[in-house]
Every structure is written in structure tokens, then in C-alpha cells.
Design a protein around this ligand. Structure first.
Ligand code: URA
Length: 422
């Protein structure tokens, strides 16, 4: 077998044979297929697609490239959640301890932000002392003792995806449904969770810009999970505007703690509860009331224990950026647009995200929003506060917001999108 014939098959709109898929994933993982060959194949897949059987074989080969974890010795059913990525999406932070407080174990392997979307691990690393890198044994201990763990996937889990995702990120080949579905599901199936809830984001701040593509991605992933014995369900949720009122690492931790304390923005609470109910249902946990676990402090108690178990101090003062800049409303009226992509890129330019995998992030950088679409605003009132340690970036970050904010005349009727779209 050779890489060129595999690339040619897909370039010429053919189906990849099982043997071609098995060979190329294995050879690429072992370093026998060059990055430029794999990126040519990824581009051919992006342009010409794959059928469901090809995607299933590709996913199975990625799972086989590394180890599989096994949580069957735990006394509780396991449930995990995966979001396809968005702006201000801090839901994993309150959700994992909340579901643990309700009686399921949550082995949450998470990622770092890249580009305009934030990453759960970057957010949690703004808590002094907190460690994302755990050995498999440490992960199991936290899960057993606390009920939830949020950590990085070890090097042994789906190594083919680690290489391929980094390559796709720099070759314009992220936004391909077969590649996104196989990337996410290979990690989740190898992780060994019993059930999985997918939060498939739709809108300007998401990889999937319209409902039709999001539905196709969701049903592909649900099919892959189900075929591998993982009870899998998906929600389609809105990402046309950021979730909550913050985008940025420490800013989002602060907002998540507000939710765990029984407060926080209504959209974050609504989505956290909707996903918690789906996870508990998929795990077969009956009679649990996640709203009660938020209100009575039991979710907060699990959060504190989880942070401490991973070396963090839940009472530590979170980092604050050195400089702030307030963006004011240009007119009086109704805020009809606060675009997720614009806010995500702006927060990224302020230092909340990274341009390359190895770049550091600023823990305090990001954007606080003071109004949501549908709110009435008065000319001159603060709409957003930009935070950064590198104030020379303010102009660059402000440029990203151009066209991302719209205020309509007073009295304009405006109905924000529902959070859960399907
Ligand atoms: N998240 C992943 O893990 N992989 C993708 O391809 C896209 C989002």
C-alpha cells in the first residue's frame, strides 16, 4: 500500500477501502506517512466527503491507534458530555460536578482552546495549582473519590487523532463532518464512557454554521457511538451569540462558580440543566433533580472536592488582567446582535486563546458582556469590557468586533434564539 494511491482514490471521488483506511491511519501514526500526504488526503476528504461506512472504519482505525480505558470497575454508571466548541462555552465546569452530585460518574476528557473557541483545560488552569495532566491511575482515583474528573486525554488515547487534529488545524481542514465526527468519537469511545451527550453547536461561533450541517454531524456521531455500544444522544444548541456574559479563561471560571452557587446567567443555567438531565437519563440515573443539586450546594461541594483533588485551590483569588477597555453602546435601542464569532476572535486577540498549539494563554484576558441580544440599551452605557495584559492589542481586538454588534431602534420587537434548537 502507498499513500499516493490512497490520496488519488479520494481525490477522484472514490470510496476508500477498509484496507486503505486501516493502513493509512496506522502508517501515519507511526510516522511512515508524511504530514504533507496526510494533509492532501484530509483536503480530499473535506472536498469529496466520506460515506457512513467509511467514517465508521476511519473512526475504528483511530480508536485502534492507541489504548482504551475501562471504567467498568466503578460502582456508578458513567456519563460524559462533549461540546463541538463555541464562545463562552464554560458548561463543562458546572456540569461535571453537578452530574456527579446527582449520582453518575463523569470522566470528562477535555481539550484546550485553539483559534476563536475556548478550551475547558485553559479555563481551569487559571485556578492556581490545578493540574490538567493526570495519569490513568490518578484519573481513576479522582473519579472514585469525587465522582467527576476533568483532565487532558493521555498520550496513549487515540494518538492518530492527536497528530491529525494538529495537522488539520493548520491546513484549513477542520470543518469536515467525517473528520470532526471521527475525531470526537474516537476519543470518546476509547475513553470508555458508558454514555455520552453531545452538544452540537450551531451558528457563527461554531464549526457548523447551519442547522442542516449540524444535524448531519450529530446523527453521524450518534450512529458511531451507538455502533460501539455507547449510549449516545445529541442536542443541537445555539452558538450565534456567546453563552453567558463572559468569554475568557478566569472570567469564565468566575461565572461557572456563580452558577454552582445557585446564580449565574440564565442561558448558562438552562443549558447546564438540560445537558445534566440528558446525561442522567442516558446513564440510567432515575429520580435525580439537577436543579435541586445546584440550589442546595451539593454541586458546589463536588466542584470544590474535584478542584482540590487535582491540586487546585477553590478559594484562591483568580487572575485579573492588568488593563481594561470599555466598549459603549453607540445608540439607544434594542441589542439585536452580539455575534459569537466576533466576540470569540476579539477575546482570542486579547490573549485568551492561542494561535499555535504551543502558545501560552493569558488567564485574565477576555471579554465581559454587560448586555445580551434582546436587552434594551442606552447610548453610552457599557456594552462590553475588554481585559488584557497586553493593551497594545486593544485596537486589534476592537477591529474584530466591527459588524458584530447591532442596535435597532427603541421598541423593535426581537426574539433571541432558543438555547436548545433540537
Ligand atoms: N473537536 C475535536 O475533538 N475534533 C474536531 O475535529 C473538532 C472539534
Amino acid at each position: 500500500m502507498d499513500a499516493i494511491s490512497v490520496i488519488r482514490t479520494k481525490r477522484d471521488r472514490g470510496r476508500l477501502a477498509d484496507e486503505q483506511i486501516d493502513w493509512i491511519i496506522d502508517a501515519y501514526t507511526r510516522g511512515e506517512v508524511a504530514d504533507e500526504q496526510m494533509s492532501a488526503l484530509a483536503m480530499a476528504i473535506l472536498l469529496n466527503g466520506m460515506d457512513r461506512a467509511e467514517i465508521a472504519r476511519w473512526t475504528a482505525a483511530m480508536i485502534k491507534s492507541g489504548e482504551r480505558m475501562d471504567f467498568s470497575a466503578l460502582p456508578l454508571p458513567t456519563a460524559d458530555k462533549h461540546s463541538t466548541g463555541g464562545v463562552g462555552d464554560k458548561i463543562t465546569l458546572p456540569l461535571a460536578p453537578l452530574v456527579a452530585a446527582c449520582g453518575a460518574a463523569v470522566p470528562q476528557l477535555s481539550g484546550r482552546g485553539l483559534g476563536h473557541t475556548g478550551g475547558t483545560l485553559d479555563k481551569l488552569e487559571s485556578i492556581p495549582g490545578w493540574r490538567a495532566l493526570l495519569s490513568n491511575d490518578e484519573m481513576m482515583d479522582v473519579l472514585r473519590n469525587v465522582g467527576s474528573v476533568i483532565c487532558a486525554a493521555g498520550d496513549g488515547l487515540a494518538p492518530a487523532d492527536k497528530k491529525l487534529y494538529a495537522l488539520r488545524d493548520v491546513t484549513g481542514t477542520v470543518e469536515a463532518i467525517p473528520l470532526i465526527a471521527s475525531s470526537i468519537m474516537s476519543k470518546k469511545i476509547a475513553e470508555g464512557t458508558g454514555s455520552l451527550v453531545l452538544d452540537v453547536k450551531v451558528g457563527s461561533g461554531a464549526f457548523m454554521k447551519n442547522l442542516e450541517d449540524a444535524r448531519e454531524l450529530a446523527s453521524t456521531m450518534v450512529g458511531l457511538g451507538t455502533d460501539h455500544g455507547v449510549k449516545t444522544v445529541a442536542l443541537l444548541t445555539d452558538m450565534s451569540t456567546p453563552l453567558g456574559l463572559t468569554a475568557g479563561n478566569a472570567l469564565e471560571v468566575r461565572e461557572s462558580v456563580e452558577v454552582l452557587a445557585g446564580g449565574g446567567p440564565a442561558d448558562v443555567v438552562e443549558l447546564t440543566l438540560a445537558l445534566a438531565r440528558e446525561m442522567l437519563d442516558a446513564a440510567g440515573v432515575k429520580d435525580a433533580d439537577p436543579a435541586k443539586a445546584l440550589a442546595d450546594g451539593s454541586a458546589m461541594d463536588h466542584w470544590r472536592r474535584m478542584i482540590i483533588a487535582q491540586g487546585g485551590d477553590p478559594d484562591a483569588v483568580l487572575p485579573v488582567a492588568r488593563e481594561q477597555h470599555v466598549v459603549k453602546a453607540a445608540s439607544t435601542g434594542v441589542l439585536t446582535k452580539l455575534d459569537a464569532y466576533a466576540v470569540g476572535v476579539s477575546a482570542w486577540r486579547l490573549g485568551a486563546g492561542r494561535a499555535r498549539k504551543e502558545d501560552p494563554v493569558q488567564a485574565g484576558a477576555g471579554i465581559e458582556m454587560h448586555a445580551k441580544p434582546g436587552d434594551s440599551v442606552v447610548a453610552g452605557q457599557p456594552l462590553m469590557t475588554l481585559h488584557t495584559d497586553t493593551p497594545e492589542k486593544f485596537d486589534y481586538a476592537l477591529a474584530a468586533l466591527d459588524g458584530g454588534v447591532e442596535i435597532a431602534a427603541e421598541g423593535t420587537a426581537f426574539e433571541p434564539n432558543p438555547i436548545v434548537l433540537g
